[in-house]
Design a protein around this ligand. Structure first.
Ligand code: GLC
Length: 733
């Protein structure tokens, strides 16, 4: 986010004309308060919806009956800088009040959680990341930006880029998985997609990279829990995606709820001022997470709201989401000198800069034509993009005897409640989809011309239906079982201490297997699941996540062979929950896990992931050969031959890993450094090349300094983190 000199001058002139109350007003974000049916902030209601405490129907009923307070009076008085919302006509109303009825006419920045699409919902991030397709990441973000603006939203609380290694944590679903390299590619592409098409104010929004930082390292995978780690771990694993986002010009950042090494991110001056605004050069502003300033009292770092507000402002927290602490208490502290005016001026300068950069002073309104267009339906190209994203995000985990793809001649017994639940396909953090746009697996198979009969049998909750199971096992040639999690079982406040298939779904699968009919399992879930029994017993497993509005079409296309799965896991799957956190880029230890007793292993479970990072099968096969590693002054040149050795076209994600074999800090046994999606016809072979800057082979030490150390390196290339060709090279920098 870069301002022109003219824009900078405009901001400075405006700042000079503002009263202290108006300045603090810019630092205040309001959510519509639902009064009457519920008296909670709107963001809490949204959370209740997303985590399943409220059904979609209950939510809509509350909204229809309850009155909503949009804080018009405070906006008129200049005490509100931002609101949350998704209704375009209401957004126009509030912008009109801000622009025409407040003293200085400062427009509102209107934010919403558009994590993986607004109306045209595409796969949850953990799924989309499995595509390893940077151009897709960017295209879907650009679509989300356009739909946001058409709904009055000019600020997306996205991308969520928290590295996460522990699938007990429900928010694994929202981010790009365990790896800092893939996470950095994802972050860059999302920022480009959200922010870079500035051909019209209709096409871009301010991004809000979150949650800064290390939220995914919450102890025991329990949401909001404490995080602690070395500086080198923070810099090598959790900061890279944010550094990449800053390099790409992300306009805003949201601080995380958790404390890091004892200091909540919300009031962590080192993180906010020294690292984020200093080292990484954030040009825009930092917003707290919902209610997070007040929660510093519960954290035990502040005695009361006033103390929390002072600490947050001084630490560099520019905007307060939802507590009113800045609005109600900060003015007195500035007047007393507890909080310097310079702190307020810096925060307001940053906020106004983003508003100017968004073009809001010139045109904050949504044209009526845009509003009516979306009332009529979704753009065809958006629907097509959602489908393509869904097709690329599926991962074929297992396919014994090439049971998949099925033929349209086979009579399919489709089993499992999730198969018929169109309102479960979008997953966590999708609140604006319309059911008529959503395609269930059942509807997708029927539309694709499969000979399919649906039997509910049972799902993530509730009992099994023995009769339906018996019918399913009798009537079909092949059984397709859709099992997994509801959208409420992942996302915020949805950690699970047992990440196996919920409810009686494993029992269901056991019954189906006993029929002797071939069983294809489709997983519909928001996190890596612990699947030891399933991986041993089930012949074919397709990981389909929560793929968004066109999930049914994509799953049907994969099951029937119209598309070949090409996804690779962005997050390792454990055999049992007790392995969590489990991830591929781990240090070796002095006794690397093996069958020998005195090594880093378990008595009752494998020491390594069930399905590792980067794993994913295809309906064809790929052969890797001829790995060659060359060196120029400042880069490595890696080449190899990839052949499609199977009987049909397919796409492979070729992955490049390195290992710093001996360094001044122990380093991971493998680190992803680059990847390439390659599509080949049957029998086709191609030379694949990577150019890897030598500067990418370093690491951060415990002072936060980046180190490039001479020594031996292993270069690996393959179709997963576990199955690679390898060469060694000694380097001097
Ligand atoms: C939530 C989430 C955050 C979201 C915010 C606003 O608590 O942690 O990701 O953007 O509130 O809804």
């Amino acid at each position: 986010m870069k301002l022109t000199q003219k824009q900078k001058t405009f901001v400075e002139d405006l700042l000079k004309r503002m009263t202290l109350e108006e300045k603090i007003g810019q630092m205040n974000q309001e959510s519509p308060s639902i009064v009457g049916g519920f008296d909670v902030p709107f963001s809490e209601l949204i959370e209740m919806l997303t985590d399943g405490r409220l059904s979609q129907e209950e939510f809509e009923k509350i909204l229809s009956t309850a009155k909503q307070d949009y804080h018009e009076e405070d906006i008129r008085a200049g005490r509100v800088g931002s609101v949350m919302g998704q209704d375009p006509r209401k957004a126009n109303e509030l912008q009109k009040i801000a622009m025409e009825e407040s003293r200085l006419g400062i427009p509102l920045i209107i934010g919403f959680d558009v994590i993986h699409g607004l109306r045209s919902v595409y796969p949850i991030a953990i799924a989309e990341a499995c595509s390893f397709d940077d151009s897709l990441f960017e295209e879907t973000a650009r679509m989300a930006a356009r739909e946001s603006r058409a709904h009055g939203i000019n600020w997306n609380f996205a991308p969520m880029i928290d590295a996460a290694r522990d699938s007990r944590w429900g928010r694994v679903s929202e981010g790009p998985g365990e790896d800092p390299c893939l996470g950095s590619h994802f972050a860059r592409a999302k920022i480009r997609g959200l922010q870079n098409d500035r051909s019209s104010v209709r096409n871009y929004v301010a991004a809000c990279t979150k949650h800064y930082v290390a939220y995914g390292a919450c102890e025991s995978g329990r949401d909001y829990n404490t995080t602690s780690m070395s500086v080198s771990n923070l810099y090598n694993v959790y900061l890279p995606a944010f550094r990449a986002a800053m390099d790409e010009g992300a306009a805003t950042v949201m601080a995380a709820f958790n404390d890091l090494n004892g200091i909540p991110c919300t009031v962590n001056r080192w993180l906010l001022r020294d690292v984020l605004k200093g080292e990484m050069g954030l040009e825009g502003f930092v917003v707290s997470d919902a209610n997070a300033i007040r929660e510093c009292v519960a954290h035990g770092i502040a005695e009361d709201d006033r103390d929390a507000g002072i600490q947050a402002a001084i630490a560099g927290m520019d905007m307060d989401m939802g507590t009113h602490i800045y609005k109600d208490l900060l003015q007195a502290e500035v007047e007393k000198g507890t909080v310097p005016m310079a702190v307020v001026d810096e925060a307001v300068r940053r906020i106004l800069s983003v508003k100017v950069w968004l073009g809001l002073f010139d045109d904050p309104y949504v044209p009526e034509a845009d509003i009516e267009a979306y009332e009529k339906g979704l753009p065809a190209e958006h629907i097509a993009l959602c489908r393509r994203a869904a097709e690329e995000s599926m991962v074929l985990l297992k396919n014994e005897g090439d049971l998949l793809p099925l033929s349209r001649k086979q009579k399919i017994s489709l089993v499992g409640r999730l198969a018929d639940m169109a309102d479960e396909v979008c997953g966590a953090w999708a609140m604006a989809w319309k059911k008529e746009d959503c395609v269930s697996v059942r509807a997708g198979l029927e539309a694709a011309g499969a000979d399919v009969q649906y039997y509910p049998c049972g799902g993530p909750e509730g009992e099994l239906d023995e009769e339906e199971i018996a019918r399913a096992c009798t009537e079909g040639d092949v059984i397709v079982a859709v099992v997994g999690e509801t959208d409420a079982m992942s996302g915020e406040a949805s950690s699970r201490a047992d990440t196996g298939l919920p409810g009686r779904q494993r029992e269901l699968l056991e019954r189906l297997l006993r029929s002797g009919k071939p069983v294809v399992t489709v997983l519909m879930n928001g996190r890596p699941l612990a699947l030891r029994w399933e991986a041993e017993q089930l012949p074919a497993i397709l990981e389909a996540w929560h793929l968004g509005i066109r999930m049914g079409d994509a799953v049907a296309a994969a099951l029937l062979g119209d598309v070949s799965p090409s996804g690779k896991l962005a997050s390792s799957f454990p055999a049992v929950t007790g392995q969590c956190p489990v991830y591929y880029n781990h240090p070796s230890t002095g006794r690397p896990g093996s069958r020998s007793k005195f090594t880093s292993r378990y008595l009752d479970a494998p020491w390594d992931a069930l399905f590792p990072f980067g794993h994913g099968l295809s309906y064809t096969s790929f052969a890797y050969s001829g790995l060659r590693v060359g060196e120029t002054a400042d880069s490595l040149e890696i080449a190899l031959t990839l052949k499609n050795s199977g009987g049909r076209e397919g796409t492979e994600v070729v992955q490049l890993y390195t290992q710093d074999v001996a360094a001044s800090l122990v380093r991971p046994v493998k680190e992803l450094k680059d990847y390439l999606r390659v599509s080949l016809a049957a029998g086709e072979e191609r030379e694949i090349r990577f150019v890897l800057p030598k500067s990418d082979l370093g690491f951060y030490d415990n002072t936060g300094a980046y180190r490039l150390e001479d020594g031996l390196f292993r270069i690996s290339v393959g179709g997963s983190s576990r199955d690679t060709l390898e060469q060694e090279i000694r380097l001097q920098f």
